[in-house]
Design a protein around this ligand. Structure first.
Ligand code: BES
Ligand code: ZN
Ligand code: ZN
Length: 480
């Protein structure tokens, strides 16, 4: 990951590349130094509702960015600003600009911060496998923000949070031939060193000792060993007595196992199946870097899911970490097998709340597509509302599905305590209901199969790994 630098400045130097941000062209004219021809040009362009107007002064550019003042809830305005920041970033790179000054001449500070956020996230690239990455590297390296309403500490916080998103993206974009379960655990170790949180890695022998039957079963068709990573941020000034626990699915590649993925090309993107693990690890990075006064733990069970060697077969009965048994009827429903062990392990912390993130079901994608996350759980209404609010603010919106008791019938097994698949309908819910059998604490499940990995560009989300979940989690913890 190469990250874009951001700094606050108090005075805008003359004759440099600058973006002037405003809702109203008159604020631009008041604050800028334009000759009569430029003034007429700016007024005309604004009349035609152009949102980005460039004045070319040859040795530098003045870019006027007009945002629409939102009438609806404020989070729409924030999202518009992020998207504008991303398009501007594209324009600067086409103009081969290295450093840009952003001068806020009248928009609210939260929106100018969101504009910078869109720019930082939009400037992300994953070029490490190119022979000549320099040829394709974005020119924009540094952003200088002039905005009296934005504090330096807020910029630092934003830097850490956007860095975290890019860390999650890097992990998701990394193919399995360079990121197996052990590599993923080591990547978390490295993040812990950088950000100052504790990281413990269970190897296969320890996982056996812990009787994590689900994780071991999924790993049986693989040559590479599984890992179980425990990350912990416990500052002295933590405000919570009981920890918040995060759980992330760490399937570094999902072939479907012996129930080999049946749909053409559906395996192509399956290096993304550890996006939940990446999201919680990266969230830990943001939380620790910004020293949030909260005790937070993250658990990532990790393995690849392959059909080799002694691969578990449909019909197998597996004894899970919790002691419950599962009749495995589809090797492609592996995520819930490894998450169940982590959720069961989480009981020992007597957590305040557990939140799991997983690219768990195609059914979640079928239900709402790639622009939002499906969630469900047993947390109290107040917590759910606060999560939905955070999700809106960062525009990683949530749709809650029910977890009615009747769905339990769909995962009943003749010979074991449950089976690992439901019926043809409600697949995202039956996956959640399976997980629910392993909890004894307030819990939320986030199925990020849709938004975690996208094939075409979506503004500052980019394409491929998006890092979804990181910003929502950070916002939620911050709001506590
Ligand atoms: N990793 C997949 C889910 C997935 C689908 C992630 C699309 C990202 C994009 C998961 O392990 C899976 O294969 N789920 C099955 C479950 C089924 C066999 C009960 C599915 O959704 O088809
Ligand atoms: Zn699968
Ligand atoms: Zn999977």
């Amino acid at each position: 990951m190469m990250s874009t630098k951001i700094k606050k400045i108090s005075a805008v130097p003359a004759n440099k590349n600058v973006v002037m941000l405003a809702y109203d062209i008159n604020d631009i004219l008041k604050n800028g130094d334009f000759n009569p021809k430029e003034t007429i040009f700016l007024k005309n362009e604004a009349k035609e509702e152009k949102s980005m107007i460039t004045i070319n002064r040859f040795t530098y550019q003045i870019i006027v960015q007009l945002l629409k003042k939102g009438k609806k809830e404020s989070y729409f305005g924030l999202e518009k600003a992020r998207r504008a920041g991303d398009s501007a970033c594209g324009a600067f790179n086409r103009l081969k600009i290295k450093e840009i000054i952003i001068q806020n001449t009248g928009i609210i500070a939260t929106e100018s911060l969101a504009y910078v956020e869109g720019m930082l996230l939009g400037n992300y690239q994953f070029l490490k496998y190119k022979k000549d990455p320099k040829k394709e590297t974005n020119t924009l390296q540094s952003i200088l923000l002039s905005d009296a309403g934005v504090k330096t500490t807020e910029l630092t916080e934003l830097t850490h949070a956007t860095e975290a998103v890019c860390i999650a993206r890097d992990l998701v974009n990394e193919p399995v031939n360079n990121l197996n379960a052990i590599d993923l655990a080591n990547a978390f170790k490295k993040l812990g060193k950088e950000a100052g949180f504790k990281v413990e890695i269970f190897n296969k022998a320890r996982i056996k000792k812990e009787k994590m039957g689900g994780l071991l079963a999924v790993n049986m068709g693989s040559i590479d060993h599984p890992t179980f990573t425990i990350m912990e941020w416990k500052p002295k000034n933590a405000k919570n007595k009981k920890p918040y626990v995060l759980v992330g699915k760490g399937v570094v590649y999902d072939t479907g196992g012996l129930s080999l993925k049946p749909t053409p090309n559906s395996m192509d993107s399956m290096k993304c199946d550890m996006a939940g693990g990446a999201a919680v690890g990266a969230a830990m990075y943001a939380i620790a870097k910004n020293k949030l006064p909260l005790h937070v733990i993250a658990l990532v069970p990790a393995t690849d899911n392959r059909p080799g060697g002694n691969a578990y077969v449909p019909g197998d009965v597996i004894k899970m970490h919790s002691g419950l048994t599962v009749e495995m009827l589809n090797a492609d429903a592996e995520g819930r097998m490894i998450l169940a062990d982590a959720l069961s392990y989480a009981k020992k912390y007597k957590p305040e709340l557990v939140m799991d993130f997983a690219t768990l079901t195609g059914a979640a994608v079928a239900a709402i597509g790639t622009i939002g996350t499906v969630c469900m759980g047993t947390a109290e209404e107040k917590i759910k509302n606060s999560l939905k609010n955070s999700a809106n603010e960062v525009y990683e919106r949530l749709v809650e599905l029910p977890i009615w008791d009747e769905y339990d019938d769909l995962i009943k097994s003749d010979i074991a305590d449950m089976k690992n698949i439901g019926g043809p309908y409600g697949g995202a819910i039956t996956a959640g209901k399976f997980l629910q059998r392993y909890i004894d604490y307030p819990w939320m499940h986030f199925d990020i199969a849709g938004p975690a990995y996208i094939k075409s560009n979506d503004s500052y989300r980019g394409r491929n790994g998006t890092g979804t979940g990181v910003r929502m989690l950070y916002h939620f913890f911050k709001s506590l």
